[in-house]
Design a protein around this ligand. Sequence first.
Ligand code: IVH
Length: 677
Amino acid sequence: MSAEGSASALEAARREAQALRQSLAEHNHAYYVLDAPKLSDGEYDALFDRLLALEAAHPELVDPSSPTQRVGGAPASGFQSVAHPTAMLSLGKCTDEEGVRDFDERLRRELDRALLTYTCEPKIDGVAVRLVYEQGRLVLAATRGDGQTGEDITGNIRTISAVPLALRGDDWPAQLEVRGEVYMARSAFAAYNAGAEAGGYKPLVNPRNGAAGSLRQLDPAITARRPLRIFAYSVGEAGSEQFQSHSQALDALRRWGLPVNPHTTRCEGVEAVLSFIDRCLTQRADLDYDIDGVVIKLDDLALQQAAGVLSRTPRWALAFKPPAEEAVTRLEALELQVGRTGAVTPVARLAPVFVGGVTVSNATLHNFDEVARLDVRPGDTVWVRRAGDVIPQVVRVDLDLTPSPRSEAPAVPTQCPVCAAALRREADAVVLRCPNSQGCPAQLVAGLQHFAQRTAMDIDGLGEKVASALVETGLLKDVADLYHLDLPTVAGLPRLAEKSAQNLIDAIAASKRRPLARVIFALGIREVGEATAVTLAEAFPSLPALIAADFDALTALRDVGPIVAQGILDHFAEPAHRSLVERLLAAGVDPEPPAPRGPQPLAGQNWVLTGTLSTLPRKAAKDRLQALGAKVTGSVSKNTDVVVAGEAAGQKLAAAQAAGIPIMDEAAFIEFLEARE
Ligand code: IVH
């Protein structure tokens, strides 16, 4: 080829490489920042491979900002120290509402304002980093270290696809310092550990340690194999001159291609801050990353300056961290509990301990595999966890705090602790079960309590003591026997006052007429919870109709999949279960069928709710949509008909806009509902 020809071939390759890098950067942005990927992984890889091939053929085209250059260079022998030009501060903390109010009051007093605006962000539980961009190119990344000096981890940070190597747009300052938190998504953590088990490498302890350990790898190639992500949460001194407010700075970061947490919200006044905290902490379990609280920052940068900084913490920001969800205590005994389905569960009796806002003295251990995995023994010092309303759990033994010698590891039981039947382990299930479903008193007592609970037959006064007494004296063989009890018999029970006996008889009589859904739930069919019971009651107007339903009729229902359907069929295949229903009906139990449903103008439509609705709780909005027949789903897809976007809607709104899906704001949505209800 002539010199001229090869020059023009190089020029063509240069242009193609440029176009490919541009396109790959766009797709990275769509994936990590907008959360709305436009390409499949395979298509992305094809573009990437083409770029690799071009760069291999023309090494002179290689550019450090090329996505092919994320992993480069040999492993380092150590990390260089980096001084932070302005200290990376930590945050003052509070654990309750009062602390937030005090913070706001102090700032309003000092700054002489009636109302202050804050930016509230989830506090990501990861590793703090500082990124430096010069002329839009990533030139340095450092850990926080002691706040004054950190370590140069540029090579490792470059491997994180969510971190742009070159900023988007062109209105960034020549020097830009970005601060943010590197984290590992829970799903990525779980996938990594699943692979670890199969591949024989060491599992990670938790997502935070996963992120920290990955960033500390001396070989960036190892970091590159760990799925890390980042949320940018502020602009450092370099680059902040052009902003009036923190929220403006975050908007700019987002524009320049850095992932900013989509839940970030500007809140006017302390009440808005408190409701953000509430929402954020209730949604916590649904997030794909760990948060350890909420960060509240004064939005106006001039006011931040005026509020000033203490030695290590800014006075204009505060971390709200809810009370510890874990505490340490002594496991006094391991006992066995037999549930209404015969499942035999080990339960930890604990020295009472205050955790997650309540005093806890029992915790579940789930099953004996879990007992073995944790290696818990009576007398051990254990960590107990209780988050939100979940049942307290023993998470681990603290061997450093456990007195030695320890007791023997408990043996896995072979007999039901109540009726002595030989226990069975179901095929590929970890649950041990007492098979004596008709005769085991413990199963009957638990079944009675399930039957009588408020959301089922609502029989007040049938707690564990009374239920046990009725079973022990042989008065009850199944729940239908309840409806044949008379006052003299009940009054004759030990430790039951005459008045309570009468109340119980009245409560049993009143329970004969309950909504069909509650009666279905009360039967204790495996896999049928309260919500499924409502679906079943709507489809089958009586118990005999439900018993007659076949697999196809069941799986045709919304929310009923093959497992639930089979659970229902198996239940009624048992003669004892069918005869129980007959005996209940014969005793006068007369379930009330549900009122016919209103019109369903939204039947067949898929709706997505995103952002915050200020006048309507999310759950209420969902219920109202479902009552009109719509299906409410969690993510935007090509099947989505409408997206309702409240305040601070983020990726889902962006995805809907990109896909041209109709979007409704809150006012239009309320009007829409009211016109149809
Ligand atoms: S702002 C001066 N915002 O929390 C303000 N920090 O205890 C400095 N963190 O080291 C931090 N999410 O690692 C801020 N949205 C967020 C955050 C956040 C997590 C971490 C960060 C920092 C620590 C402060």
